[in-house]
Design a protein around this ligand. Structure first.
Ligand code: 13P
Length: 256
């Protein structure tokens, strides 16, 4: 059975102090039950104190972004070696804000995915359609294109280090969550793409997270869907009081 992964993308939020306080509260809240994995993506400047704060706990830490080139003249960028140097080996790639605010293309994202996997990172690759694409009935086509683009030249072996996050753009930060049926259908399409392009085993093994206005009161229903293996939470991951109930929903879903 696939493990649930409940993850929090802090985006450009928190301070060093509130971030450290948050992971400490999460670690305390998760102590004694590690039946689901918990992963947070703090802002880059806080990775070191957060990594220190989670030492000896079950909380995992990833980076929201990195550049694929070797160290050199890339002003403003954070290199993958730098992340490895500080003990951070999970990378979020292709978040809708990277795609739509910063104009990152499937081609550029694929370079990040490939280089990160080659260096031994775990990659959480985000895919998701715009509202207009859903209204035009193009959701599956968009997801297939983003999967093919993001995972180009990724080997079957490397795929074991990939997690997919389905985040419909229209559901991010809007309060309009995809219905459990909409989420499950998109996840099933992603799994189908993996079965066709890799193998049924690879498709079955893949953790596929849902993201987009996940909250304590809708988490149980979303996580109860057969193809939903976790959540990528934005706003509700910024307070332990909002995030811990989502983790609890994952634990309850694991126990069936
Ligand atoms: P919200 O949970 O705030 O909608 O954000 C989702 C998201 O973008 C997580 O990566």
């Amino acid at each position: 059975m696939r493990r649930y992964l409940i993850s929090g993308n802090w985006k450009m939020n928190t301070t060093r102090a509130t971030g450290v306080e948050l992971v400490k509260a999460l670690a305390a809240g998760c102590e004694g039950d590690e039946s689901v994995d918990v992963l947070v993506f703090p802002p880059a400047p806080y990775l070191i104190p957060i990594l220190d704060a989670v030492k000896g706990t079950s909380i995992q830490v990833g980076a929201q972004n990195a550049y694929f080139e070797e160290p050199g003249a890339y002003t403003g960028e954070v290199g993958l070696e730098m992340l490895q140097d500080i003990g951070c080996e999970t990378l979020l790639v292709g978040h809708s804000e990277r795609r739509h605010v910063f104009g990152e293309t499937d081609e550029l994202l694929n370079r990040k995915v490939k280089v990160a996997l080659d260096k031994g990172f775990r990659v959480v690759l985000c895919v998701g359609e715009l509202l207009s694409e859903r209204q035009d009935d193009r959701t599956n086509e968009v997801l297939d294109t983003q999967m093919a683009g993001g995972l180009k030249d990724v080997t079957a072996e490397q795929l074991g280090q990939v997690v997919i996050a389905y985040e419909p753009v229209w559901a991010i930060g809007t309060g309009h969550t995809a219905s459990p049926e909409q989420a499950d259908a998109a996840h099933a399409n992603i799994r189908g793409w993996l079965a066709t392009n890799y193998s049924t085993d690879a498709a079955e093994a893949m953790q596929i997270l849902y993201g987009g206005s996940v909250k304590a009161d809708n988490a149980a229903e979303l996580l109860g869907q057969p193809n939903v293996d976790g959540a990528l939470v934005g706003g509700a991951s910024l307070k332990a009081s909002a995030f811990l109930p989502i983790i609890q929903a994952g634990i309850a879903a694991t126990k069936g």
